[in-house]
Design a protein around this ligand. Structure first.
Ligand SMILES: [Fe+2]
Ligand SMILES: [Fe+2]
Ligand SMILES: [Fe+2]
Ligand SMILES: [Fe+2]
Length: 274
């Protein structure tokens, strides 16, 4: 992975590394087109698509590093927010002002340097931790279920466990090089289970902790959006199902259970006992 002579180090998480490569290729193509004299009108949507791809990567990366136990994830998310804001301002300037092609080249170079700088400097902070958390040795179950994942509501715990088992099956399927069609079918089953689970969980939460219901339901909508993006990328052939489950979906599930459900249900139980 190189841009401007710099190398973006691998994090050891195949999903993040693929996203970094894709972003570097994207910004490289933008720089080449700007250098070739592309018009401002043709470049505005290109810049916007690049910013969208970057924002999606940041969103995914935050899920992974949080679930992997990177304690400074909020500080890292702050760097992402700052970059997103800077890029937004630059792109707005290009949209609103009649800029020269030289200026477009400068904008493209700035996007490249700022993103590359972040991937090298800040993503390096979590790389060792994420590399360890992303290891998936042969013969071991991807998500080994543990009582530490339980929220204390039997049917919800059973559903979480089933989601983990479906992900383990998806991992096993990719390791035996099953046809992508089978993985896509399994992703469809997983999708249905995710929806059914969120619906049941929201029903329980509305009864036991109505004050937490709206925020938790909104969080579920975000999670559904993230899942839908991954499924679409696998469907389009842009993402390998094994990379998806090993590099992202398992972190997505653990982040949901440990980072969101457990604290929510623990607080609800505390409030009920007070
Ligand atoms: Fe990154
Ligand atoms: Fe990052
Ligand atoms: Fe849940
Ligand atoms: Fe939840």
């Amino acid at each position: 992975m190189t841009t401007d002579g710099h190398t973006v180090p691998r994090t050891g998480n195949g999903f993040i590394d693929a996203a970094h490569s894709s972003l570097m290729e994207h910004v490289d193509a933008i720089r080449r087109d700007c250098a070739a004299g592309a018009s401002r009108d043709s470049m505005i949507p290109r810049f916007s698509r690049f910013a969208d791809e970057m924002r999606m990567h940041f969103d995914h990366e935050e899920v992974i590093i949080r679930a992997a136990g990177f304690t400074r994830w909020e500080e890292h998310a702050g760097h992402h927010a700052m970059l997103d804001q800077q890029f937004g301002r630059l792109i707005d300037y290009v949209r609103e002002c009649d800029v020269t092609s030289d200026f477009l080249c400068t904008v493209a170079g700035t996007l490249d340097a700022a993103l590359c700088g972040h991937e090298i400097r800040h993503d390096g902070d979590y790389a060792a931790l994420v590399r360890d958390a992303s290891l998936a040795p042969e013969g071991r179950t991807l998500i080994a279920w543990s009582s530490a994942f339980e929220v204390g509501v039997g049917p919800l715990d059973a559903q979480h466990r089933q989601l983990a088992e479906l992900m383990n099956e998806l991992d096993a399927m990719s390791r035996r090089a099953a046809p992508v069609r089978e993985s896509l079918d399994l992703l469809g089953v997983l999708h249905d289970h995710v929806h059914a689970h969120f619906a049941m969980e929201e029903g329980v939460l509305r009864r036991v902790a109505p004050s937490r219901f709206v925020a938790h339901r909104n969080h579920h909508r975000l999670l559904e959006g993230q899942f839908a993006v991954i499924r679409r990328q696998v469907e389009n052939g842009r993402l390998d199902p094994g990379v998806a489950v090993r590099g992202f979906l398992r972190f997505w599930l653990l982040d949901h259970v440990l980072g969101s459900d457990r604290p929510t249900f623990a607080e609800a139980a505390d409030a009920a006992h007070r």
